[in-house]
Design a protein around this ligand. Structure first.
Ligand SMILES: [Zn+2]
Length: 224
């Protein structure tokens, strides 16, 4: 073998070896990426962003609730929900003519017509919310989560939350709890208590887990 040829062979071997180690490096890099990507995706999946469309009833051209009061309710809700990586984000605030009182089924349907299934959670801030039941009669409440189970096509499966103008700032997060699948709790320290709640009510860890699943389900069905 001539020196020249030998050098050529060596060079070829070197190129091959480099290519091999390059491939090995690429493989290691890809593996590293595969290890890293799921954790990134997981992180992205962990935080649940809940867009809100807030409708504000007006009376004689004046909002029945001030914007600062509305935002205080949203902040209060986020203070509780952040522990479970759920965040309410105000997408838009829409003033509406009328709709100040929710009492009759016609009024509830009228709001449902405004609560389009656009992937957001619709919240109506109104003057008064009243529940009518044959057993309990009329009962003024500070808020409600309402979902239509009837057959009328234009409002099929629509749902929304309503909060009265003088409701405590915990009402919104309480109704969000219902919307995301939580039932009432009897403890005064719990946000899902239908009682006069204590000074600093909160959700339990179990409620937090259910909330997250409920939030995902709500957002899925609100897009269909
Ligand atoms: Zn309730």
């Amino acid at each position: 073998m001539t020196l020249k040829r030998e050098l050529g062979d060596r060079a070829r071997d070197w190129v091959r070896a480099t290519a091999r180690s390059g491939a090995a490096f690429a493989l290691a890099f890809m593996t590293l990426l595969l290890i890293l990507i799921p954790t990134r995706a997981e992180a992205r999946e962990r935080a649940i962003r809940v867009p809100l469309t807030i409708h504000v009833a007006t009376d004689d051209g004046r909002s029945v609730v001030s914007e600062s009061r509305i935002l205080a309710s949203v902040r209060r809700a986020n203070r509780e929900l952040a522990a479970f990586d759920v965040y309410l984000v105000v997408e838009k605030i829409v003033p509406m003519v009328g709709g100040t009182t929710i009492e009759t089924s016609e009024q509830r349907f009228a709001l449902a017509r405004r609560a389009q299934r656009d992937g957001t959670v619709h919240v109506f801030f109104v003057d008064r919310v009243e529940l009518t039941s044959a057993r309990k009669g009329d009962r003024r409440v500070s808020g409600m989560h309402w979902r239509y189970h009837g057959l009328a096509k234009d409002i099929r499966a629509r749902e929304y939350l309503a909060v009265a103008h003088n409701a405590p700032t915990t009402t919104l997060v309480h109704e969000v709890g219902h919307a995301f699948g939580l039932a009432h709790d009897s403890s005064e320290d719990n946000l899902m208590c239908s009682c006069r709640r204590g000074m600093d009510p909160a959700f339990t860890k179990g409620q937090g887990r259910r909330l997250r699943n409920g939030a995902r389900r709500y957002l899925q069905r609100s897009r269909r």
